[in-house]
Design a protein around this ligand. Structure first.
Ligand SMILES: [Mg+2]
Length: 105
């Protein structure tokens, strides 16, 4: 479901982050730090959405729009959190998609 290239990047980045930031951290601490990071990244998506609809001050609008990059950050940090928690994200996505497709609207 998720591309090999992305999963290999997550593997490398997880290792790099663990070596740089989490040498003495427990699994619980890493999970909570990644959740905090995810919250930060979701906030950045909000910021970009507000800018998309010109609902921001001029100096923010002048910085241009990075909605695509911020959405990518959310996906990457989510995958890093899943990796830390040993979530089989491929399997979870397949199950979730099946459930969503069975919904009636
Ligand atoms: Mg970001």
């Amino acid at each position: 479901m998720i591309g090999k290239e992305l999963l290999e990047f997550i593997e490398r980045e997880n290792k790099r982050l663990n070596e740089h930031f989490h040498k003495d951290d427990s699994k619980k601490e890493v999970a909570l730090l990644r959740l905090a990071k995810l919250t930060e990244e979701v906030g950045e998506v909000s910021d970009e959405l507000l800018k998309s609809f010109y609902y921001a001050r001029k100096h923010k609008l002048e910085k241009g729009n990075n909605l695509d990059i911020e959405i990518a950050d959310v996906i990457i940090v989510t995958l890093l959190l899943a990796k830390n928690m040993n979530v089989d994200i491929d399997k979870a996505l397949r199950e979730k998609i099946k459930n969503i497709e069975a919904r009636e609207y």
